[in-house]
Design a protein around this ligand. Structure first.
Ligand SMILES: CC(C)(COP(=O)(O)OP(=O)(O)OC[C@H]1O[C@@H](n2cnc3c(N)ncnc32)[C@H](O)[C@@H]1OP(=O)(O)O)[C@@H](O)C(=O)NCCC(=O)NCCS
Length: 145
């Protein structure tokens, strides 16, 4: 069954994506999820759902990007397939949908940050791994000297 892929834009559709997104993002809460998505939408973020027989099996969160180093690109913030449905091609299908949409807009590249456990998946799809390592620190620790 091919995935039925569409942009999730109503409050109800976004909220219905919460259980699957929470398997990827453990800090999110149901009662603030729609507001957080709406806030990201100000930067062009879109939540994309992949459905099979009406049930959500995969999710992607994307936003348009442009930087001096990367030029015009689409950034994939979130990608997750329902745990019991992994390895069936849905993650690849979601990325190809994102790529088709980018190409239609003249956007030549897709960037994302892979977690270490997903590296093999992105390599299989054909991604080139970069060597920069995203890192972070609590501001309190940085200010403590
Ligand atoms: C990573 C993820 C989105 C891939 O989705 P999926 O629907 O399972 O992917 P596909 O079925 O399209 O996989 C394509 C190929 O990659 C392989 N693959 C999938 N996940 C893999 C992984 N974590 N490591 C290595 N290979 C992987 C599949 O076996 C498949 O190989 P095949 O074509 O030889 O059968 C999914 O496993 C997932 O949701 N993981 C947990 C969340 C996560 O890590 N998301 C990415 C955050 S950066």
């Amino acid at each position: 069954v091919p995935l039925d892929i569409r942009i999730l834009d109503s409050d109800a559709d976004i909220l219905a994506a919460f259980p699957l997104m929470s398997t990827l993002r453990d800090r999110i809460k149901a009662d603030t999820f729609v507001a957080e998505v709406r806030r990201q939408q100000r930067d062009g973020y879109q939540l994309i759902g992949g459905f099979e027989n009406g049930g959500l099996v995969a999710l992607a969160g994307i936003r348009p990007g442009h930087t001096l180093s990367r030029g015009e690109h689409v950034f994939v913030d979130d990608l997750v397939t329902e745990a019991s449905r992994r390895g069936e091609g849905h993650g690849t299908t979601m990325l190809r949908w994102v790529a088709a949409r980018a190409r239609a807009r003249g956007v030549p590249r897709v960037y994302l940050d892979s977690r270490s456990t997903a590296k093999g998946f992105y390599e299989q799809v054909g991604f080139t791994m970069l060597t920069s390592i995203p890192c972070w620190i609590d501001v309190d620790r940085l200010l403590a000297g």
